[in-house]
Design a binder for this molecule. Structure first.
Ligand SMILES: O=C(O)C(=O)[C@@H](O)CO
Ligand code: MG
Length: 266
């Protein structure tokens, strides 16, 4: 049976961030993920996880200046020291939160650069992150993201991600297979899962309805088929619920829209 994690950056966003842990636990989630924990002390977040019986399954390394539009530093030549310092900060949080994986966002292509011209920077940064993470027993995840949501993002396709994982050559670097982005960029989701899951190089899944990124039962993907497929293929990791709730009304919008999840919680 798939295990579902609530993405606390997108779900329960009609209550304060620190109240989302309790809300997720009350809805039956056993795991949570979020984008960035850095506005709160790690010990405070660890206390909330413990109080509500939740596991932290994923969060992101610092992405650079998010407010200014940056979406990761890994592919940015000249930012290597900042990348490393940010990743070390993330590892500190991972230790306190007992979180076994960190997502490293690739970043937007700098003006005048191409995917080929920044590839060596990206690979070198990921090698550094992988070595640091290995000492802590943590996996480093890389995620292909569609360019409608993030124009100019370096990493967009599953084949590109898996080629990079092979080139980086570290056993703790894996692909975060977000089926929402994969459907928008490539489609053919079931065949892509069948192709990549047996490689052992998929470290996490995420889901959302396509194209609006609402609940998984809104839109063009039939998720129950994919959940059964993941079961059949023996996936025992997590599926992050990374969508913007569209049903119900505040302060219960997320809970009101969880009808799709209930059959999978038993
Ligand atoms: O956007 C996504 O998809 C993510 O998983 C985030 O971590 C990055 O924005
Ligand atoms: Mg995602």
């Amino acid at each position: 049976m798939p295990r579902f994690a609530a993405n606390l950056s997108l779900l329960y966003n009609d209550v304060d961030f620190l109240d989302r842990f309790a809300a997720a636990a009350a809805d039956g989630f056993l795991g949570v993920e979020f984008l960035f924990p850095y506005a709160w002390p790690a010990e405070q977040l660890a206390g909330l996880l413990k109080a509500h019986g939740l596991q932290q399954v994923l969060f992101n390394a610092p992405p650079g200046d998010w407010e200014a539009g940056e979406r990761g530093l890994a592919c940015r030549p000249g930012r290597e020291a900042e990348f490393r310092a940010g990743f070390e900060r993330a590892l500190g949080y991972a230790r306190v939160l007992a979180c076994p994986r960190i997502h490293v966002m690739a970043g937007l292509l700098p003006a005048g650069e191409t995917r080929d011209s920044v590839r060596a920077t990206y690979v070198a940064n990921l090698k550094v992150a992988a070595a640091l993470a290995a000492e802590a027993g943590v996996d480093v995840l890389i995620e292909p993201i569609n360019e409608r949501d993030m124009p100019g993002f370096f990493l967009n396709r599953q084949d590109q991600a898996h080629a990079l994982v092979a080139e980086i050559g570290a056993p703790n670097v894996k692909v975060q297979m977000d089926l929402y982005h994969c459907q928008i960029v490539e489609g053919d989701l079931a065949m892509k899962i069948r192709q990549y899951l047996p490689t052992g190089r998929v470290g996490h899944f995420q889901i959302a309805g396509v194209p609006e990124r609402h609940e998984p039962d809104i839109g063009e993907i039939h998720h129950p088929y994919l959940f059964r497929l993941l079961d059949t293929l023996g996936w025992d990791g997590w599926i992050g619920c990374e969508y913007r709730p569209a049903r119900g009304s505040a302060p219960h919008a997320t809970s009101d829209g969880l009808g799709w999840l209930r059959p999978w919680l038993d």
